[in-house]
Design a protein around this ligand. Structure first.
Ligand code: MG
Length: 252
């Protein structure tokens, strides 16, 4: 059971710092999207991410995190999250989920998106659309007075009404001066339970959505999470502050 007292409430000043970090990450992601093209290796993409982060005087949050060897997690097709950049090349019909975290002036931001490479199948297109939309369904519930699981329920019910499934083994998280803070933010669950959302909470909301079943497993590299049934998966994430004016997406 997650208790509210473990959830760090951010001051106005801290939210302002997180906003700067979030905006910076969003601009890095925009630049990266312009760089992506067929034929690149996922290692080349990671190299570009590293360059963009350094250019803006920020630091990669994932590199070295529990020994992770790269700046971005790049997960292709049936890979869900935590894919390690490698010599594999992006090819027509692939989908790539790219997750990037940065630290800027001591504050973290975390963001992920999935893109189709060249022409992708209608099913994959729908997977990407539903996953992105489910993120916004969750974000809509990130308002003062709601319960944490209202976010979870909104994501899950939207995804399942589209006949996809939500991953259970990995969840979103609080974020601030640390990459992972309390609370955990699952993408599944019944509404009206868990901590009450308060002004100044900052959450990384990140639905991972599978075409097939929700079960996952980890490859022998110790990182890459894949779907057990081998079917494709997508991932979107924003860092979101809960404010008096409603949810504020910091990574945009
Ligand atoms: Mg995250």
């Amino acid at each position: 059971m997650q208790t509210e007292r473990l959830i760090r409430i951010k001051s106005e000043e801290e939210i302002e710092c997180l906003r700067r970090s979030g905006k910076l990450l969003a601009s890095i992601v925009r630049e990266l999207k312009g760089f992506l093209k067929l034929g690149l290796t996922t290692k080349e993409i990671d190299g570009k991410v590293e360059e963009l982060i350094a250019e803006h005087d920020a630091y990669p949050a994932f590199k070295g995190y529990r020994g992770f060897p790269a700046c971005a997690c790049i997960s292709l097709n049936n890979e869900v999250v935590h894919g390690i950049p490698s010599e594999r090349r992006l090819k027509e019909g692939d989908i790539a989920s790219i997750d990037i975290g940065i630290v800027f002036e001591k504050f973290y931001a975390d963001m992920a998106f999935t893109v189709g490479m060249g022409k992708i199948s209608p099913d994959l297109k729908r997977l990407i659309e539903v996953t992105e939309k489910s993120l916004y369904k969750g974000i809509e519930q990130a308002v003062i007075g709601n319960h944490l699981s209202d976010i979870s329920f909104a994501v899950q019910s939207f995804v399942e009404s589209n006949n996809f499934s939500v991953v259970r083994d990995f969840v979103g998280h609080g974020i601030g001066r640390r990459l992972h803070e309390d609370p955990e933010v699952p993408n599944f669950g019944l509404p009206h339970s868990g901590p009450v959302l308060r002004e100044g909470m900052v959450l990384a909301i990140e639905p991972m959505v599978n075409v097939g079943k929700w079960q996952t497993r980890i490859l022998d590299d110790g990182w890459t999470v894949v779907t057990q049934d081998g079917k494709p998966s997508a991932h979107f994430e924003h860092t979101v502050a809960i404010t008096k004016e409603g949810p504020e997406i910091l990574t945009q």
